[in-house]
Design a protein around this ligand. Structure first.
Ligand code: ZN
Length: 268
């Protein structure tokens, strides 16, 4: 199995992030781990995950370079695929895109909850253009903020649909079935289009109805769905993976979602 949506921080920073989750974020996003590389590897071993895509999102322009250097260092493009981070108001963001691509990074995570960006922001367009040229994957948090679910989303399903129209060759992944806590909009704007979606949900996938998950997968096309947990920003992933594997989908559909789609997307 390949889990295409996990989070990591350097060992020095991880405890501060855990502390912030516990105090500022509270119960809205549970934590199943501590954001360290060691913990991520233990999760993979425990749950039978052969490879992960992992993110370390920079919240301020002056830390983008350091975050990407950490991601480059841990990336092996075999069991651990680090996706980079970017901010449009840093110095030479397009140069940074090309630098990390040159170091083997295959994609970039755009996180409108933790970064002051929205997918529709035009100052991101040169970044998308460079990524499309380089064949990189743009991975978006799409949907609401679990801490403030009544707020409008920074990046919603409609933004992603418009982006795909503007940059048709850009490979896009829309996390959370195309829209966290916004499945009606996801169905309208994402489902059925040439965009990958992932399966992580808050606080876990069991909080969705299995009928709804199966319907979303079949409407969208199982060949564009990626197994993902959001580890460690979730409850225990083991029962979530079991829940997913127990869905009454065809074996072929499960193989695509659990492994083969991610392999194709990552160029394996
Ligand atoms: Zn996430």
């Amino acid at each position: 199995m390949i889990d295409t949506h996990t989070h990591i921080f350097p060992d020095k920073i991880a405890p501060k992030v855990v502390e912030r989750f516990r105090t500022a974020i509270g119960d809205a996003i549970p934590l199943a781990g501590d954001f360290t590389l060691q913990d991520l590897k233990a999760y993979m071993k425990r749950c039978g995950i052969e490879a992960v895509v992992t993110f370390c999102v920079a919240e301020r322009p002056e830390v983008v370079g350091a975050a990407n250097n950490f991601l480059i260092e841990i990336n092996d493009n075999q069991t651990l695929f680090s996706f980079g981070t970017i901010l449009p108001n840093m110095e030479d963001p397009v140069g940074e895109v090309r630098r990390i691509k040159g170091k083997g990074i295959k994609g970039i995570k755009f996180h409108s909850l933790f970064q002051p960006i929205r997918a529709r922001d035009e100052n991101l367009f040169p970044i998308y253009g460079a990524m499309a040229q380089e064949g990189m994957i743009a991975y978006f948090h799409v949907g609401k903020d679990p801490v403030n679910p009544s707020h409008p989303p920074g990046t919603g399903p409609q933004d992603i649909a418009h982006l795909k129209e503007r940059f048709p060759s850009l490979k896009i992944v829309a996390a959370h079935f195309g829209g966290l806590f916004m499945l009606d909009e996801a169905r309208k704007w994402i489902i059925g289009r040439d965009i990958y979606i992932d399966t992580c949900w808050g606080p876990n996938i069991q909080s969705l109805e299995s009928e709804e998950v199966i319907d979303l997968i079949r409407q969208h096309g199982a060949e564009k769905v990626l197994l993902a947990t959001d580890y460690p920003s979730t409850t225990d992933p083991a029962p979530q993976i079991k829940w997913f594997k127990d869905l009454p989908l065809q074996e072929e559909e499960k193989q695509l979602i659990l492994r083969e789609n991610a392999r194709r997307l990552l160029g394996l």
